[in-house]
Ligand binder design. Structure first.
Ligand SMILES: CC(C)(COP(=O)(O)OP(=O)(O)OC[C@H]1O[C@@H](n2cnc3c(N)ncnc32)[C@H](O)[C@@H]1OP(=O)(O)O)[C@@H](O)C(=O)NCCC(=O)NCCS
Length: 167
């Protein structure tokens, strides 16, 4: 098991697929009060031409039952990169995995011509906001009572991709 004090496990970032959904859903369920369902992930993977899906997979353990450490889902919509979902296994957090996933998404989005990254995060999710601020995102707005379970505002954050990412 990887703990808070462990060195970051060696991992590769590559697309995840429908066959990875059991592992994705296990992380999703432990990460969110309103998790995406299998059907939502399947619809994204199979039916959204804008969707991109990256996983952090433990290196050198292709046959391991649980090689997935975290994942990010994002959309490339013309000039916009929209971060839609991001989570890391609870026992692998604070090891730099989410930062690397976001940086990968931004590098790929920039290569595809996006000039602005956007996201929404719960007002009460200070860890998420801290992560995005550390990557250079800044708040540009707020949507009142955007989320349910619990009812919460959405903080809207953006990062101009013409600037150098901070990490
Ligand atoms: C938010 C989340 C994805 C961060 O993943 P992670 O791999 O632990 O993040 P990283 O290790 O890359 O952290 C990068 C930076 O984010 C900030 N950060 C991450 N976890 C933090 C914490 N618990 N407290 C304060 N800051 C934190 C720090 O600035 C950190 O840099 P540092 O470790 O050098 O101080 C993870 O906590 C998670 O899955 N949470 C539940 C789901 C969620 O909230 N997703 C985001 C929704 S928009």
């Amino acid at each position: 098991m990887v703990t808070r004090t462990s060195a970051c496990p060696d991992f590769d970032v590559r697309p995840f697929q429908t066959r990875d959904l059991d592992d994705v859903l296990a992380i999703e369920l432990e990460s969110f009060s309103e998790p995406w369902t299998r059907g939502m992930f399947e619809a994204e993977l199979q039916g959204n031409p804008f969707g991109r899906f990256l996983g952090a997979f433990r290196a050198g353990e292709v046959s391991s039952a649980k090689p997935l450490l975290g994942y990010i889902c994002y959309w490339v919509v013309f000039e916009e990169l929209r971060l839609m979902n991001l989570a890391v296994r609870q026992d692998c957090r604070r090891l730099g995995i989410a930062s690397r996933l976001v940086r990968h998404a931004i590098e790929e989005g920039t290569a595809q011509g996006t000039t602005r990254a956007l996201l929404e995060v719960r007002a009460g999710n200070s860890v998420g906001q801290q992560l995005y601020r550390a990557l250079g995102f800044r708040q540009y707005g707020c949507r009142r009572s955007y989320y349910t379970n619990p009812n919460e505002d959405a903080i809207l954050m953006e990062l101009p991709l013409t600037n150098q990412i901070h990490l």
